[in-house]
Design a protein around this ligand. Structure first.
Ligand code: IYR
Length: 328
């Protein structure tokens, strides 16, 4: 796979295509980053952007993981002490998950976000941004009933992180796109370049196929899950024999989360996938590309129950090193 394919595979959106092409032409020594609010334990949402960082490392990029302790604090995720402690654990879990340690720089937000220059630049961005715009940028990030001042500061700090970390590309889930668009608009006002960004798709809730999989609601997979937990969650997952299910009775759109997890989590990390089946049901199936698995599920050649069995097996392999790390 060439650099451009590695960078863009499985991305929902890149901003802009021309900027990504220029980076793909000469990726050596370029730097990409994702920021994470340290909270809870590493889950499948973190792993989706982590997979993209692994792709970028393979394409020649250097990677920064921002453990965004100040952002987590602004988003009401606990005391600063607790957040710091979680950040340390997350760092180890990211390495256990498969980020290349020799080429991943972990940075705590508070290491630079409390400096004088950063603070003054932040105030300059505050002068450039309406409250309504900041609030819109945060709509998909906070569940927020009432908007706090901290939530208006948050996206401006996220915008400012990009020049302060000296990165060439900001990576995040689709829920981060409005923050990155805000960054493109406001950073030029303090003589900084508008940043290039890449967004990963949102995966539907495993149990229902609706909305997005999240750590706070519905069914998700985390590094704390035992093999039995994974088997039971995957076994109960919504998996009609199609990649494009009908909307639910109340009109809510649905996806096939089992297929999505194969596409965005399993195939990027394994060269081939084996679905084990007893001889009497046709024997094992081998896939080296996601599309073939999807086609077999749709044609009926692959039964949802067998697809689920294989999914649980591969998710367990992905999670096992992090689970072990948590136990130590
Ligand atoms: N908004 C992210 C956390 C975050 C991301 C980046 I990129 C930053 O520079 C700072 C914070 C989240 O929702 O987890």
């Amino acid at each position: 796979m060439d650099a451009h394919e590695l960078i863009t595979r499985n991305a929902a959106e890149v901003v802009t295509e021309a900027e990504i092409e220029a980076l793909a032409d000469d990726p050596e020594g370029k730097r990409a980053y994702v920021g994470y609010e340290p909270s809870g334990v590493l889950h499948i949402g973190h792993m989706l952007t982590a997979n993209k960082l692994i792709d970028l490392q393979e394409a020649g990029f250097e990677v920064t993981v921002l453990l965004a302790d100040v952002h987590a604090y602004l988003n009401d995720k606990g005391s600063f002490e607790e957040i710091r402690h979680t950040a340390e654990r997350m760092r180890d879990q990211f390495i256990a998950y498969g980020l290349d340690e020799s080429n991943t720089q972990f940075v705590l937000g508070s290491d630079f976000q409390l400096d004088d220059d950063y603070t003054l630049d932040l105030h300059a961005l505050e002068l450039e941004t309406t409250l309504a715009r900041a609030e819109r940028a945060m709509a998909e990030i906070t569940s927020g009933d009432s908007v706090k001042v901290s939530q208006a500061v948050y996206p401006l700090m996220q915008a400012l992180d990009i020049p302060y970390l000296g990165v060439d590309i900001a990576v995040g889930g689709m829920e981060q796109r409005k923050v990155h668009m805000l960054a493109r608009d406001v950073l030029p006002s303090i003589d900084r370049e508008p940043p290039t960004s890449l967004h990963t798709p949102l995966i539907a809730d495993l149990g229902t196929g609706r909305g997005k999989m999240s750590s706070s609601e519905g069914v998700t997979i985390s590094m704390e899950d035992s093999r039995e937990d994974i088997e039971s969650k995957v076994n109960d997952a919504y998996c009609p024999p199609t990649a494009d299910p009908e909307p639910a009775d109340d009109g809510t759109a649905r996806d096939n989360p089992v297929l999505q997890v194969f596409e965005y989590h399993v195939f990027p990390r394994f060269d081939a996938v084996t679905v084990e089946r007893p001889e009497e049901y046709g024997g094992n199936l081998e896939y080296d590309a996601y599309d073939d698995l999807e086609a077999d599920l749709e044609s009926g050649e692959l039964h949802p129950a067998d697809a689920k069995g294989a999914l649980a097996e591969y998710l367990d392999r992905l999670i096992a090193p992090g689970r072990q790390q948590l136990a130590e």
